[in-house]
Write a protein that binds this ligand. Sequence first.
Ligand SMILES: Nc1ncnc2[nH]cnc12
Ligand SMILES: [Zn+2]
Length: 308
Amino acid sequence: MRPKAELHLHIEGTLEPELVVELARRNRIDLPTYDVEAIRSRYSFTDLRSFLDVYYEHLAVLRTEQDFYDLAAAYLRRAAGQGVRHAEIFFDPQAHLSRGVTLETVFGGLSAAIKDSGASAALILCCLRDRGAEEAEQVLRAALPFRDHFIGVGLDSAEVGYPPSLFRRVFDLAAAEGLHRVAHAGEEGGPDYVWEALDVLGVERVDHGIRAMEDPQLVARLREERIPLTVCPLSNVRLRAVPSLRDHILPAMLDEGLVVTVNSDDPAYFGGYVEDNYAALRRELGMSDEQLDRIARNSFAASFAYEG
Ligand SMILES: Nc1ncnc2[nH]cnc12
Ligand SMILES: [Zn+2]
């Protein structure tokens, strides 16, 4: 299996149904069902929003430092089995703070799991764009005492209607703190969102970015500046950003000379971890070893913190 880095992975999106049930029992939290197959049967999504509703609902089971530890430890074990040599891991602090879970709990559990695993991994704090810029800035300021626990700031959650430019101040603050900057853009939003992420937020990587392909000038900019795109093929199919894997624009992105990487996004929900995404590209799109090797090399080149 080819060694790779994973650069677009929401730790909350690795919460497998089995762990939902285990943590619900441990924390005495009521679930509509404790049957893992019944939980999995809900994973049929029509768009990003329909997925996020289930994703946020399941977070209710994450309460203690041990819960966050177990979540991250399980991901890091699985990732190692998928050839991941380095991971840059998103987490959504607002989704926990709003439930009364503290930053100490979240950072404590995630950071301890990374340390104990011995894996090369780092955290990226994501702001929930649909909660607005003011709350995003508050959470970043609240996280600054934990500055040693994370390497960057990202932007996720419902995209359309929440353009990157709303978050200029948050990203200026991140830059002043020496944090890396990334943002989801061009997943459901158009190329204008990708332009704003570059021009207004100063992002160093674009998460998803598939709709950038609709704008040749933007493609030229991404190519010339060698801005990596963290593409998530199985996610795009499950959230109906593309009709099927066979229709995915990823091979055309590579042909355009873009720095494309392949990632799993929310693997517990989308039917596969990162190597499963590589395997699906080979199977469904007939991508060659040479193309997949290039993508894997890109993943290390695009990482912020790989010490190979
Ligand atoms: N694919 C995705 N897009 C936006 N926000 C997310 N949060 C978790 N997964 C996401
Ligand atoms: Zn994502």
